[in-house]
Design a protein around this ligand. Structure first.
Ligand code: MTE
Length: 309
């Protein structure tokens, strides 16, 4: 059995308040530790993963591994693009428990390696577009989110899926500051989450996900701006209300709930019409829904495209 039933759950499987309080005490004691002195940019040695080969080849050059793992956004480890490669090794991505709760028939929690054993993995080469107007092409390895959601049985009143990143300032020094209201949060409408393009990635380039890319498990939604792709997820919750999301909480005038890639709608401070593909010199035109319109445009019929950003 993958997801343990609620009655089988020990309280340490979900939110253990005692541990949380202990962590808080530890954090208070460790608050003086700085980022300095933790160097090196090589991702931890990664084991090969077993997966089905890619079914959706795209005719674009893959972004070199060194860029995929060396130029990142992961504010838990600093706001600089090179900070995650330097500091994310402070995070322990094993053992790791993912909880799923809220409006579903079989809430529970699962160890990440158990999850990887139970769900077939696939490779998907996706175009990724960051709101800051850079882009990459990344060969992800992961499981369709829909498969995990179906396994817990969403209730008929579930309308949204909310995600949360680990909150532990001991391992994530960026969380000792308050640039974001931690933990990092994201959400999708349930019908978006069930779209077969959405992956929970556990690897890239055939290897276990490096910490700086969101180990051990992160969301990949290729038709949305990168900020929707929440990293290092510990909790997934089904709910009937639209959940608050980190960037909307921080700057509601700049980031919408949907975050769909839309070259026709500018960010209030810059154009979204073009993008810089990492590794290329000339900028290229950004495609509506990042080129995935055929698979997803139907999800947004009748909605104001300006609201989709
Ligand atoms: N997830 C967490 N927990 N913290 C973050 O700061 N940054 C987001 C997203 N997921 C972020 C996160 C942003 S803004 C982007 S563009 C992508 O991660 C970057 O993913 P990558 O570094 O793997 O390219």
């Amino acid at each position: 059995m993958l997801i343990r039933n609620a009655p089988d759950l020990k309280d340490c499987d979900v939110t253990d308040e005692g541990l949380y309080l202990k962590r808080r005490q530890f954090i208070a004691g460790a608050a003086g530790i700085s980022f300095a002195g933790i160097g090196g940019a090589t991702p931890a040695a990664a084991a090969p993963l077993k997966f089905k080969p890619n079914r959706m080849e795209i005719d674009e050059t893959k972004t070199p591994l060194a860029d995929v793992t060396g130029y990142n956004n992961f504010y838990e480890f600093g706001t600089g693009k090179e900070d995650p490669a330097k500091y994310a090794k402070m995070m322990r991505s094993r053992p790791w428990t993912l909880s799923i709760d809220g409006l579903c028939e079989r809430p529970g929690s699962v160890d990440i390696d158990e999850l990887i054993r139970r769900f077939p993995l696939e490779e998907r080469i996706y175009r990724m577009r960051c709101v800051e107007a850079w882009s990459m092409v990344i060969p992800w390895v992961g499981l369709p989110l829909a498969n995990l959601l179906k396994s817990v049985g969403p209730k008929s009143n579930a309308k949204y899926v909310a995600f949360e990143t680990l909150r532990d300032p001991r391992q994530m020094p960026g969380q000792r500051g308050s640039v974001i209201q931690w933990p990092y949060r994201e959400a999708l409408r349930l019908d978006e989450a069930m779209n077969p393009l959405v992956l929970l990635a556990v690897g890239l380039y055939g290897q276990t996900l490096p910490n700086q890319n969101g180990a051990p498990i992160r969301l990949v939604v290729p038709w949305k701006y990168g900020f929707k792709g929440i990293k290092s997820i510990v909790r997934i919750r089904l709910t009937d209300r639209r959940p608050p999301t980190s960037w909307q909480m921080l700057a509601p005038a700049e980031y919408g709930f949907y975050g769909n890639v839309n070259p026709a709608v500018d960010h209030p401070r810059w154009s979204q019409a073009k993008e810089r593909r990492i590794g290329e010199f000339f900028r290229r035109k950004t495609l509506p829904f990042n080129g995935y319109g055929e698979q997803v445009a139907h999800l947004y019929r009748g909605l104001d495209p300006r609201k989709l950003y």
